[in-house]
Design a protein around this ligand. Structure first.
Ligand code: SAH
Length: 273
């Protein structure tokens, strides 16, 4: 089943249709306008190039995604991924679309993959585990530090429309923001910069997810978490096993943290180039 990603439909067809209708002011103009608008909608829905949306990606490799979800998101030593919104997102988002051509044959394997500039797209299980730990629901705002390929952001974008993501490496930022737009994640805010400082002008956030390892929980990120908010972050050095932490901010601003898993992430790089 091919269904458009969250948020694409209204902005591509709905708003455009409305715009065309309101432009006609003469008597009987609304009939012409509706005809034109219907024609426009018809063109947009049959010509993918006209909208620049690449919805075909969502219908490709469905069986590989199903196998990935059935075999990798549970098992010995793993936390079972049972959150239905996470499972639905993992089934839908075309992971092969987020990796370089040379890595496409391996896109649904149980491993992280290189995405250039010494960076990696995380293993599917880790993406699902971190997303499940966030307990994210529709309508919440979520900040991701480390956009990378944009895959984790797309998974978040299937659950809520308020996704903010920041990437320090300019080329990765440019590729990921175009990719996310082409897949129809139009409401997502993608920025380039040092995510250690978060996005204070756009916070506070209900949830924060950091996809690179920090030496400590960055105080600006904890600050940008709403009371009752949750953050998932790997903490530790680059050449050692890190702890994947679930950090919670209580209603009075106090902090508790719990180790979810031992992990190995690329390091958080300080200072935007
Ligand atoms: N979430 C990504 C995984 C990316 S790997 C995905 O789904 O593909 C971690 C990413 O964090 C890399 O792209 C790296 O460049 C980025 N990163 C490292 N330090 C950062 C910082 N200070 N601010 C923002 N991004 C950072």
């Amino acid at each position: 089943m091919l269904s458009p990603p969250a948020g694409h439909k209204m902005s591509m067809t709905g708003q455009k249709t409305h715009f065309e209708i309101t432009r006609f002011g003469f008597p009987g103009g609304h009939v012409v306008a509706i005809t034109c608008a219907t024609f426009l909608v018809a063109i947009l829905s049959v010509t993918p190039a006209a909208s620049q949306l690449d919805l075909r990606a969502f219908s490709e490799k469905e069986s590989e995604r199903t196998l990935m979800v059935q075999t990798q998101l549970k098992g010995f030593g793993r936390t079972t991924i049972s959150d239905s919104s996470v499972l639905k997102a993992m089934l839908k988002v075309p992971r092969h679309y987020f990796v370089p051509d040379s890595q496409k044959p391996y896109a649904y394997q149980d491993s992280p993959l290189p995405i250039g500039f010494g960076q990696t797209i995380s293993q599917p299980y880790i993406v699902a585990l971190m997303t499940q730990a966030l307990e994210l629901t529709s309508g919440m705002s979520v900040l991701e530090v480390g956009t990378g390929s944009g895959y984790q952001a797309a998974i978040l974008g299937e659950i809520t429309r308020s996704v903010y993501t920041i990437e320090v490496i300019r080329q990765l930022y440019e590729t990921a923001s175009k990719r996310l737009r082409d897949l129809g994640y139009n409401s997502m805010v993608v920025r380039q910069g040092d995510g250690y400082y978060g996005l204070p002008e756009l916070g506070p956030f209900d949830r924060i997810i950091v996809t690179c390892a920090a030496l400590h929980v960055p105080p600006p990120l904890f600050e940008q978490l709403k009371p009752g908010g949750k953050m998932v972050i790997p903490v530790g050095g680059s050449f050692e096993t890190q702890r994947l932490l679930l950090v919670t901010k209580d209603e009075r601003g106090g902090r508790t943290s719990k180790t979810l898993e031992l992990v190995s992430f690329v390091p958080l790089i300080r200072g935007a180039p």
